[in-house]
Design a protein around this ligand. Structure first.
Ligand SMILES: *Cc1c(COP(=O)(O)O)cnc(C)c1O
Length: 365
């Protein structure tokens, strides 16, 4: 039985990697999650044997039986973080131990095994070193998106926690999310459907939460919105979060507040941004916030900025929040707005242009 702490990775190089030409073309305009690198990481787990067979193998299709539990019961968790190329050519990721610990919490909730933090970080290092050529150049807002995930992997339809599990890491080059980061996104306020409830899986990063957000997401598109905001499922009064991003509000007196709830996924970006706000003298609050507080605050001018936070887009200013009965218009953000200055600070640390005073970066290559 191994606890995973002494795992050695084997490497099987891809005999047919993308050509330099093909890869260069992808890196020119990577989009998001469209093309994957030449390799992936896999680590197996069994109930009796623990973590084993850590390997880097060619990226490619998996062979699984249709009776595999993963297709039926969604016992799955995932993570998302990025690798950034610095000006000196080195490659770094951002606070990976936060993602590792969050994946442990998610895994615990989904009755999956917890991967040791060191193995999680080492798995990122192994993949990024194998596929270093896929990390975009410094200075264009591009990165290599890393997607660790863990699935039940057992050919069995009985309903219980799987006894064989596989952990993977795949990687995909990512473009600058928005060309103009001040461009506001419009958000649909969903009050019929919920993504999470008390005692549910809202605080875990699992595929099922995303599945639950897709129908309201379609409603959002129909109303000309890009994202959905969910309220707490019991009173429909308190702000929760978007389908895949946390919410932050800035008040006229400089106070910064983010909703507190047991069914919100704790965002690493949110924690980092709030840390930066705190260090620049802002009062930072994690507390319950009602939709009425936002509505009245936006109308009176007490709320000066509203934005969403997450690894993919970093910070997205929120423009209009639409609901069947009313609409909240948030102030227009400029380069000088607090949220945009914090965004520049955070991305500056991530891509190595600003000093990493917090020890947030982990060099991978
Ligand atoms: C991943 C995720 C976020 C953002 O978390 P980051 O660590 O900042 O990327 C927010 N909400 C949900 C539901 C998520 O799945």
């Amino acid at each position: 039985m191994t606890d995973g702490t002494s795992l050695e990775f084997t490497i099987e190089h891809n005999p047919n990697p993308a050509s330099d030409e093909d890869r260069a073309k992808v890196l020119e305009n990577p989009g998001f999650g469209e093309r994957f690198t030449d390799h992936m990481v896999m680590i197996d787990w069994t109930r009796d044997g623990g973590w084993q067979n850590a390997r880097v193998v060619p990226y490619g299709p998996l062979q699984m039986n249709p009776g595999n539990a993963i297709f039926h019961y969604a016992q799955e968790v995932f993570e998302g973080l990025k690798a950034y190329r610095h000006a000196d050519g080195s490659v770094h990721t951002f606070r990976p131990e936060m993602n590792a610990k969050r994946m442990q919490r998610s895994a615990h909730r989904l009755a999956l095994p917890e991967l040791p933090v060191d193995v999680f970080v080492e798995s990122l290092r192994q993949l990024v070193q194998a596929d270093e050529a896929w990390v975009p150049a410094h200075g264009e807002g591009k990165s290599l998106y890393l997607r660790p995930f863990m699935i039940a992997n057992e050919d069995f339809l009985g309903v219980r926690a799987a006894e064989t599990v596989t952990y993977f890491v795949i990687a995909s080059p990512a473009g600058a999310y928005f060309k103009d980061p001040t461009r506001p996104v419009n958000i649909w306020l969903e009050t019929e459907l919920s993504r999470a409830g008390r005692g549910g899986t809202g605080a875990a990063k699992c595929g099922g939460n995303y599945a639950a957000s897709l129908l309201p997401q379609q409603t959002a598109y129909e109303h000309g919105c890009e994202q959905v905001l969910f309220l707490d499922s019991s009173t429909e009064q308190y702000l929760e979060e978007l389908g895949g991003m946390n919410i932050v509000l800035v008040y006229r007196d400089g106070t910064v507040a983010t909703p507190e709830s047991d069914s919100i996924l704790e965002s690493v970006t949110n924690d980092s941004i709030l840390t930066l706000f705190k260090e620049t003298g802002h009062t930072v609050e994690r507390r319950k916030i009602t939709i009425d507080e936002w509505r009245e605050g936006a109308e009176s001018g007490a709320i000066t900025e509203a934005f969403a936070v997450g690894t993919a887009a970093v910070i997205s200013p929120i423009g209009t929040l639409k609901h069947t009965d009313f609409q909240i218009e948030n102030p227009r953000v400029t380069e000088e707005s607090l949220s945009m200055r914090m965004r520049a600070k955070l991305t500056g640390i991530q891509n190595g242009d600003l000093a990493d005073d917090h020890g947030w970066l982990e060099q991978l290559a």
